[in-house]
Ligand binder design. Structure first.
Ligand code: G3P
Length: 217
């Protein structure tokens, strides 16, 4: 399972990258707004830090302008993935950019039908938003299971990138289903390390070690 960090905060990306567990980064216009820095500079900087795919989202809504924006963003670095929304123009843009050899992440996916369109359009990633479906009382993880099973029936080049992740349980559930990628905010990724029994066990091991009076070094 691949871990992408869902943030445009450079220091958060740098910190989590030190674990050696970061496979990529996803950004969106809201995350760029929260980080408060220039969009193009931010994407350029992330691409110098992370070797894996870095998603940068277009903001036009018509095919022609999306294509121009996507081509411009793709020039920033080889690992840039162009993020497009799941609209008719977005899917058209996905097909055109994918045909040119550019990686595309189709975002704002909320149904299996939409995921089929992204697969047919040659997307490298489909981003179903589990948290936002859960928020309205629907089954976000159920959607992931459906998409994974649909994609298993075909030779789509598309990886399922579980997005809008709110908890460690989302990560675990996505792994059980076999989704290729999870993108999560740094807070959730750090929470994956945590268990109270780990802290209690370590404290007791260290106390006992101190009593031996020994030192490894
Ligand atoms: O990058 C898209 C995504 O993960 C959004 O998450 O928490 O705004 O629903 P959220």
């Amino acid at each position: 399972m691949k871990f992408f960090v869902d943030t445009a905060d450079l220091s958060e990306i740098r910190k989590f990258a030190e674990t050696g567990l970061v496979d990529g980064v996803t950004t969106n216009p809201s995350l760029i707004m929260q980080a408060g820095n220039d969009f193009l500079d931010t994407v350029r900087e992330i691409c110098t830090m992370i070797e894996g795919p870095v998603s940068a989202e277009v903001t036009a809504t018509d095919f022609e302008t999306m294509l121009v924006e996507g081509r411009k963003l793709a020039k920033i670095a080889e690992n840039v993935v162009i993020k497009v929304p799941l609209t008719v123009d977005g899917i058209r843009t996905c097909k055109a950019l994918s045909d040119e050899g550019t990686m595309v992440n189709v975002t704002l996916c909320f149904s299996p039908a939409q995921a089929i369109l992204a697969g047919k359009a040659g997307a490298s990633f489909i981003s179903p938003f589990v948290g936002r479906l859960d928020d309205i009382g629907q089954d976000g993880m159920g959607l992931i299971a459906e998409i994974v099973s649909i994609y298993d029936n075909y030779d789509f080049p598309t990886e399922v990138l579980v997005a809008s992740v709110r908890s460690t349980q989302h990560v675990v559930d996505a792994a059980k289903i076999g989704a290729e990628v999870v993108t999560a905010p740094p807070k959730v990724l750090w929470q994956l390390f945590k268990h109270p029994l780990t802290d209690i066990g370590l404290e007791s091991f260290l106390n006992d070690w101190k009593k031996t009076g020994q030192s490894i070094l």
